[in-house]
Design a protein around this ligand. Structure first.
Ligand code: SF4
Ligand code: SF4
Length: 470
């Protein structure tokens, strides 16, 4: 009954809460205010190593090849001292699962810090905004410049901005493609105008993607395109650390005179200066509560702290905190959901390390020759023919021995051990013979063992059958 009685009020309250969004509405350009502070520096000092790592990695050389090269035509993936093949697909699966569970664990613990501090979209946008700031000035100057009609100054400033954006985009594209084509070869090809169409296509595409994503789309990518933004909210709980406005302390907000006793007038610590909104790269007001657009970059924390310093109030009106901490003054770090993700992460890391540790860098395939007759009789011997394919997946060349094991006294014929270069595949037919008198049945088990001569740990045993006469 009471709910029926309250229905009109509830409806109007609900209407107030609902925000209507036109999905086809063009987004207003965001002019972020430049701010300095702890989180701004943290972003810079996490972004710079990520960027340098990305830019420099293709230039490092290990064993006369790039330290990181995804060689698609050769179907080899060189990562530091290791070379992986399509057969190592389960390692890639483990790696993806590790990345996913690491992201889940970090999100439950500290919210979207991945987005705010380390995501390439954030790092590159930060760099593009910095270029904008250098070429066009701070927020007010940029708003003014955009509003004024075209003249020599605007042309020069805008031209410089877009030139530098494009330069960064080209370097980014060259580096990215340099993970798939040796980067030195790529640069030589570019300088001598001798690049294939496919390479030029990918260079153009990644240049355009970087220029558009970091220069124009920016927060739209985080808000509307990134799938992580869509499902991260289900990982949040009351003890997840995230950027939060302390409304108990801040409200009611409003300007005040320095001399007035604002608390006596019922005002909180928020002076409603809007700095927290002006610095926000996704253009939200954190005072409206936690929102899915927030990337936990902490810039509003820096902005508000600097305002608090100016007016002489305690810092932390906006801070990294948890819902529980705000409500009860306490927060739990270890909780079932977090423990679950951590256990899953550790299991995945364990599987990955075990698979890497037990990985044998040779792939062997043995097939009984179906094209030939089931068996041949040569004097008092019966022979079967097999094809052995040895894929040397190691970083060094090896010569492989072939041994036979089974209940019968098998003899190997026609195998001549040759050195197989790293990354090379070698296919050779072999003949296996056994005394006719020994054969008692049609199908006989046989094990074929392939072992590197210089390293017995590189060894593969495969079971097959030896066919005899009926
Ligand atoms: S920066 Fe701080 S004081 Fe200024 S509007 Fe935001 S919350 Fe209020
Ligand atoms: S609300 Fe604050 S933490 Fe969230 S994106 Fe905006 S500036 Fe960053």
């Amino acid at each position: 009954m009471s709910s029926q009685h309250n229905e009109p009020d509830d409806k109007s309250a609900l209407q107030d809460e609902i925000r209507y969004i036109n999905l086809y509405e063009s987004a207003d350009k965001i002019y972020t205010r430049r701010i300095t502070g702890f989180y701004q520096k943290l972003r810079r000092y996490t972004g710079i190593p990520i960027m340098l790592g990305f830019l420099l990695m293709p230039w490092f050389v290990i064993d006369a090849r790039p330290a990181m090269l995804f060689d698609l035509p050769e179907r080899q993936f060189h990562i530091l001292w290791m070379t992986f093949w399509p057969q190592d697909g389960q390692l890639l699966a483990f790696l993806l699962m590790i990345a996913a569970f690491a992201l889940f664990t970090v999100t439950v613990l500290v919210g979207r810090v991945w987005c705010g501090f380390t995501c390439p979209q954030t790092v590159w946008t930060l760099m593009f905004i910095w270029v904008e700031h250098v070429c066009q000035g701070d927020r007010n100057k940029r708003i003014k410049l955009d509003g004024q009609s075209w003249n020599a100054e605007k042309l020069a400033r805008m031209g410089a901005t877009h030139f530098l954006w494009l330069l960064i985009s080209v370097v980014t594209a060259l580096t990215f493609v340099g993970y798939f084509v040796p980067v030195r070869q790529l640069i030589v090809g570019l300088v001598s105008l001798d690049l294939g169409l496919a390479t030029l296509f990918w260079l153009g595409l990644f240049t355009l993607a970087t220029y558009l994503n970091a220069g124009w789309l920016r927060e739209q990518v985080c808000k509307y395109m990134c799938p992580y933004a869509r499902f991260q909210s289900v990982m949040y709980d009351k003890d997840t650390l995230s950027v939060t406005y302390d409304s108990k302390r801040g409200e009611s907000r409003g300007p005040r005179k320095a001399s007035e006793d604002y608390k006596a007038e019922g005002k909180g610590d928020c002076i409603d200066c809007s700095w927290c909104v002006q610095v926000c790269p996704v253009d939200i007001d954190i005072r409206d509560g936690i929102q899915y657009e927030c990337i936990d970059c902490g810039l509003c924390v820096d902005a508000c702290n600097s305002v608090m310093d100016k007016v002489g109030y305690e810092r932390g009106l906006i801070r990294f905190t948890t819902e529980d901490e705000l409500e009860t003054g306490q927060t739990r770090v270890l909780r079932p959901r977090l423990i679950g993700y951590m256990v899953a992460l550790l299991v995945m890391i364990g599987c990955f390390v075990y698979t890497i540790g037990s990985r044998i860098p040779v792939d062997v395939d043995v097939t009984r020759d179906r094209g030939a007759r089931m068996y041949r009789i040569r004097g008092d011997e019966v022979q079967n023919v097999y094809t052995i394919k040895i894929n040397n997946m190691d970083r060094f060349s090896h010569t492989y021995n072939v041994r036979l094991e089974g209940a019968l006294d098998y003899k190997l014929k026609g195998y001549r051990a040759l050195e197989i270069e790293k990354g090379e595949i070698f296919t050779i037919p072999i003949r296996v013979s056994v005394k006719h008198a020994e054969l008692k049945k049609l199908k006989n088990d046989i094990d074929i063992i392939v072992t590197a001569r210089d390293d017995e740990s590189i060894s593969v045993r495969l079971s097959n059958v030896f066919i005899g006469p009926r």
